[in-house]
Design a protein. Sequence first.
Length: 56
Amino acid sequence: DIDALINQVLDNLIIMLTTLASLAMIAGIVIIANAVGLAMLERQREIGILKSVGYT
């Protein structure tokens, strides 16, 4: 039946798009976490100096 075939194709398309969107979101979160972690690592010495002189 053609209606069942169309519904199956649309369901598969929705699943595929949802999977791709989820992977893109996970990749974005990983990239942002990496950037923040790298920025903190680069500024670690500066933050330590500021803490040692009492800067809050």
